[in-house]
Ligand binder design. Structure first.
Ligand SMILES: Cc1cc2nc3c(=O)[nH]c(=O)nc-3n(C[C@H](O)[C@H](O)[C@H](O)COP(=O)(O)OP(=O)(O)OC[C@H]3O[C@@H](n4cnc5c(N)ncnc54)[C@H](O)[C@@H]3O)c2cc1C
Length: 486
């Protein structure tokens, strides 16, 4: 009441009259009076709207059913599918905690945006087949009423994988699997290759596989923003902050084999607020670890891997940062519009970037060459020594290329088998993973988000059985044997 009287007084009382009738004074004069008036009101109304101390909108809520750590493409995809599949609508509260809203170091925005069907493990083909449907019909999934349609700049183009004599039999088997799963991929002899792509030097190539549909590349930033816009419209909450701690309770249990294990449940997530020492606890029922290259560190915060070596409790989430360079070059004599996404037997890759004879590409370093992941500086010698020679050997026109720019990003690298980790942890029973995809997490995010949401809501995978991607394989030693890791 007091506040209302004062506010009305501003218009009609002496203060208000002073404002309304002032004539002829300078702007400085008037501004000075305004600030005096504000100060006076502020002293009477310490809880007034303009008092920033009382603005708490940047804080996370006190509780949320699901807390997703990481707002990259995987975290947002999980958020999307949780809201899409929840029954009844509005049943669950979902909070996404992201520490860097500029995404300056996130893998998603530093990737090269490729999607392919050419994997060797059926689950990977299935994931990418669903994802391509999602991407090609993006507005059926991510449209927001009254907003313009989303354009992710999808560029359809086949991947062209080249195999040496040594890799030819594996390639043939891979293509069998791809076709069984419904992907349209053809095998090409070196001669067929020369006829279709006359700019390729086929020396050292025994066989090639070429995707005839459902492959290409798109703008990862557009997908990220589209997902963000959509999940906000579905009621997902966002918080800018870093998850620094989990509060959990534990129960000692005995497994069937007699091993004693500590089952843990996370009750609270502590979020350190951006640019401050303050943290906020958020009560929760489920935590999704979608922290990308940092998800190994987030798992450690939950005590994962803090047990005797060789036990389930001592098994870490083997996901770490691995720095990868991408170089962008110009070459007026280079191949044209028909350039596919080429993967050389040496591991070097390239694709067209736009229509102006620009290309981008790179290659993964060997274990011994792994650069220090402490920063995202680019090593230009790596291009000269490791990338350019195989490029120029495969495409002689690239002898004359000129590098225009370059960047580095982090692979969310799974050191165990370079494949995704999906589903709950066997001991920290309410932490779920959506991470570790190494070089193919962007393209699989739409399908992985759905798989994690199915697990959270139904307790099992419904559409694609991803049991072989569970955390438990790190303990049992069963690797996902994917031949086409790039
Ligand atoms: C050079 C390069 C090329 C690539 N090319 C392709 C490609 O062609 N096709 C493809 O499918 N994939 C590609 N990838 C891989 C792909 O980019 C990743 O697998 C995918 O983007 C991972 O998504 P994400 O959401 O898990 O990770 P991110 O995008 O890294 O998001 C994770 C987020 O978690 C946040 N975070 C971390 N810790 C915390 C914390 N404690 N609290 C709060 N927030 C936290 C981070 O700030 C980050 O924004 C490429 C990657 C690189 C680096």
């Amino acid at each position: 009441m007091l506040r209302r009287t004062l506010l009305l007084g501003l218009c009609r009382g002496p203060l208000g009259r002073g404002l309304g009738t002032h004539r002829g004074g300078s702007i400085l004069d008037r501004d000075g009076k305004m600030s005096e008036i504000k100060k006076k009101i502020q002293s009477i109304l310490p809880g007034g709207d303009w008092n920033p101390l009382y603005d708490t909108s940047y804080l996370p809520p006190e509780s949320s059913d699901v807390v997703i750590v990481g707002g990259g493409v995987l975290g947002l995809s999980v958020a999307y599918w949780l809201k899409k599949l929840e029954k009844p609508r509005g049943a669950i509260r979902v909070l996404v905690v992201e520490r860097d809203h500029t995404y300056s170091r996130a893998s998603t925005v530093l990737s090269v945006g490729g999607i392919r069907q050419q994997f060797s493990v059926p689950e990977n083909v299935q994931l990418s087949l669903f994802s391509i449907d999602f991407l090609r019909n993006i507005n059926e999934y991510l449209a927001v009423a009254d907003d313009p349609p989303l354009d992710i700049q999808f560029n359809p183009s086949g991947y062209l994988l080249l195999a040496s004599e040594k890799g030819a039999a594996i390639m043939e088997n891979n293509v069998k699997v791809q076709r069984q799963e419904g992907a349209k991929v053809c095998l090409m002899s070196p001669e067929q290759l020369r006829n279709k792509f006359p700019w390729i030097n086929t020396e050292g190539v025994a066989l090639a596989s070429y995707g005839m549909e459902h492959e290409g590349w798109f703008d990862p930033w557009c997908l990220l923003q589209g997902l963000r816009r959509k999940v906000q419209s579905m009621g997902v909450l966002f918080c800018r902050g870093e998850v620094t701690r989990f509060v959990s309770s534990s129960n000692l249990m005995k497994t069937a084999s007699g091993e004693e294990v500590n089952l843990k449940r996370i009750h609270e997530v502590h979020v350190k607020i951006d640019q401050s020492l303050e943290y906020q606890p958020v009560e929760c029922a489920i935590v999704v670890n979608a922290a990308g290259a940092w998800s190994g560190q987030v798992a450690e915060l939950a005590g994962i891997g803090n047990g005797p070596p060789g036990t389930l409790q001592g098994t870490k989430l083997p996901v770490e940062l691995r720095k990868r360079y991408v170089y962008l070059w110009h070459c007026p004599q280079g191949p044209g519009l028909e350039t596919p996404f080429v993967i050389d037997p040496s591991g070097t890759y390239f694709r067209r970037e736009g229509l102006g004879h620009n290309y981008l590409g790179g290659c993964s370093p060997t274990e011994e060459e792994e650069p220090d992941p402490g920063n995202l500086e680019v090593d230009h010698d790596f291009f000269q020594d490791r990338v350019w020679p195989p490029l120029a050997q495969r495409v002689p026109a690239f002898e004359t290329l000129k590098v225009r720019s370059a960047w580095a990003g982090y692979y969310d690298y799974n050191t165990f088998d370079q494949n995704g980790v999906v589903g709950p942890h066997p001991l920290v029973i309410n932490m779920y993973f959506a991470t570790g995809f190494s070089g193919h997490g962007l393209q699989q995010a739409p399908a992985v988000g759905r798989a994690v949401a199915e697990m959270v809501l139904e307790g099992h995978f419904q559409t694609i059985n991803l049991s072989s991607f569970l955390f438990s394989r790190f303990y049992s030693g069963e690797k996902v044997q994917e031949h086409n890791i790039i």
